[in-house]
Design a protein around this ligand. Sequence first.
Ligand code: HEM
Ligand code: SF4
Length: 553
Amino acid sequence: MYRYDEFDHAMVKDRVEQFRGQIARRMAGDLTEEQFRPLRLQNGLYLQLHAYMLRVAIPYGQLNAVQMRKLAHIARTYDKGYGHFTTRQNIQYNWPKLSQVADILDELASVEMHAIQTSGNCIRNTTADQYAGVTADEIEDPRIYAEIIRQWSTFHPEFTFLPRKFKIAVSGAVGADRAAVRFHDIGLFIVKNDAGEVGFEVWVGGGLGRTPMIGKKIRGFVAKADLLAYLEAVLRVYNMLGRRDNMYKARVKILVHETGTEEFTRLVEKEFEDTQGGALDLPAEEIDRIAAYFQPPAYEALSDDPPALTARRFEDKDFNNWVRVNVARHKAAGYAIANISLKPVGVPPGDVTADQMDAVADIAETFSLGGIRVTHEQNLVLPDVRQDQLYDLWLALREQGLADANLDHIGDIICCPGLDYCSLANARSIPIAERISQRFADLERQYDIGELRLKISGCINACGHHHVGHIGILGVDRKDQEYYQITLGGAPGEDAAIGTKVGAAFSAAEIVDAVETVVNTYLAIRQPKERFIDTFRRVGDAPFKESLYDKAA
Ligand code: HEM
Ligand code: SF4
């Protein structure tokens, strides 16, 4: 993984000390909360419903065991013993004391981590496919470019006060989008052109929130050397023309929509003509320098499906299910990518205790060459596991309550903090996720239902990605009561789609039954092997509407 050089270390340390001074002035009453706000937001510190919340970036979702232990230590020492993995490869602490935030940041700096640009109207943590570098279906490792973008965007003087926040995601996989690339302000797919050169396909203006939009493709191919110049051109057009008069219309998605994709593209291309070949030119040597940090480890010469694995799969049904559902193909023969679901029944999605984090760090060292990834689905990944050690890994995970075999099934819910923590919420989302996971706790039932992405947000800001859930749940306020709207047909990945509202909202008491009705309707009308989303695409929302509402009429 990328290692800080002396400048990185000095920069992050300086920042911690600056913020320490700002916190001291706030605590002494020399700064009002209003004056303090822009300062704390530049350091990832939010004010939630009950307390401050600190959001720490995990660049392109990659952690090593030492960093994970540090995250555990922070959770145990400065928070309530747990952390929350988010939908953009960050971890959040919900209960830090203001007086201790600088110490937390100091601890993070010691393991090359920080919270810079995890909030505010700047370029946020650049995310990437969690299988980067280990998946067989990849053109090139997206972490290399996410790191280059991170270095370019950190403290970029021109883009520190954009009209609104700005999120970039990169994927290098062919035919699989695990990073919701089309729902980012800029989404980059690594592609090959007809001449066999590797470059980037550029999508702009995707996003969720109150106006969900799928990004628009504005360039089929940007050469590697031009990557930063092209990004800079997009950001410049946005910075100049993005709306600052209305916060709800300030994201680049609105600018692209209002300007029109063609005109927006023309403006970017014009800006690009001026920047191309200048100081932002990305020389091959620089790419090679960064790529050296992401060289694959020395894999042993092994073969796929070793007899030890096959035998265990045959003998132990639970293990076999876990392998079938949570384990993905690795590019190196004899290795596997193992997903750790952070969605046990009845636990807030994405929450991990300090003890579990320590255990994952140990497990990663024993079984996965020390590497850990976090996913935008609020799960973890062990990227480099020997197939003949999968069984022992599974036993170790099971001991920690981390072996739930529900990846991409109805128990694998994405959920925002909702009214339990968030001052913007209309309704609670965590208890709804818990109740749904309890209702569908039976894994055999989940397997029968098959792939089903369920996502819950406590308000229209859509932090829980409900728009891209096969089933989405949105908390709404009806005369001061918590209600829940259902959307159907959304999808985050290569078949990106925004879900549509199916009808009137349900009360908290009704919503779990309503979800079950949707699922049962699907089970009744699906064709053999048809996934929920495919059934929905074939039949539309009419049968679901009918079973949800006609009965009650
Ligand atoms: C309680 C603290 C939080 C507050 C106050 C908050 C606030 C917001 C707001 C206002 C937006 C809409 C921004 C816009 O569209 O311009 C938003 C979007 C979003 N938030 Fe949060 N959020 C919080 C926590 C979280 C958490 C915990 C996660 C992840 C689990 C998250 C992930 C997101 C995502 C993915 C979006 C969608 C951005 C997009 O593509 O448009 N947020 N949030
Ligand atoms: S979706 Fe709404 S309720 Fe949920 S975290 Fe975001 S702002 Fe808060």
